[in-house]
Design a binder for this molecule. Sequence first.
Ligand SMILES: CC(C)(COP(=O)(O)OP(=O)(O)OC[C@H]1O[C@@H](n2cnc3c(N)ncnc32)[C@H](O)[C@@H]1OP(=O)(O)O)[C@@H](O)C(=O)NCCC(=O)NCCS
Length: 246
Amino acid sequence: MVTPTSLDETRVVDVWHTTIDDLHARGADALARALGLLHPSERQRYARFRHDADREMFLIGRVLARSVVARALGVGPGDWPWREGPRGRPDIDRDDAPLSFNLAHSAGLVVCAVSRLGPVGVDVEHRLRVPLDRALVPRCCAPDEAADVDAQGADWCDRFLQYWTLKESYLKAVGLGISVHLPDVRFRLCPAPTAAFTGTFAGADAGWTFELRPVAPAHYVAVAASTPDGVRPVVHHAPFPDEWWP
Ligand SMILES: CC(C)(COP(=O)(O)OP(=O)(O)OC[C@H]1O[C@@H](n2cnc3c(N)ncnc32)[C@H](O)[C@@H]1OP(=O)(O)O)[C@@H](O)C(=O)NCCC(=O)NCCS
């Protein structure tokens, strides 16, 4: 049982996660309550998804973000303004917003990261995602990252996904998304992930903490948190608490 008290702590980045199975287990009433949180434009988007899993992960993401941010702000889940940046990054639509959040979903798992330290980004990838095209490696990885991926032999996909998930977490934290030159954000994985910014990213702010970890059932979750004072935060992962569902 998780005690969700860490939102009050300033040196903690919280990452809440839940699954489509959790939504299904809650039954039709819970689904209706979750749908009640959506604004009209979100309902239209919800209705447009072709695949049930995508539709449900979208809904769960809204439930997580609405609930977690609301608790931190001390308001109701539907009572804080949501905006999206030019490339789609969701944020709290308040100039003095005291926290940043980000969402990700993959193969049934949905995560929401929240930080009071500065911008935060999160990505999740299913580790058994196949088939991966090997041509992605030189397109997305810097030469030293690609050499590390190649050195893993038959396990190259898993190592590639580690780099990919970290890169995406950073690019989501800064709101850019992945339409950029990915090899320019270059990671070292050990002992803890660190990034170097080159080429189109030369001169980017270096004050970031990164974390990568496996999360059940078979996913990698990466978190990128801006840490202006250089002090590494604790990244706290926990299941989205039952009592926080609408
Ligand atoms: C952001 C992006 C990397 C997400 O990729 P993905 O692997 O399909 O999805 P993830 O599960 O990791 O994340 C999706 C969530 O990230 C958030 N998100 C969307 N765009 C984002 C951005 N630019 N930055 C940060 N977060 C973003 C949303 O909450 C989204 O979930 P939702 O649509 O259910 O609300 C990808 O959509 C992208 O590159 N977008 C940018 C597109 C762009 O450049 N548009 C320019 C138009 S001019």
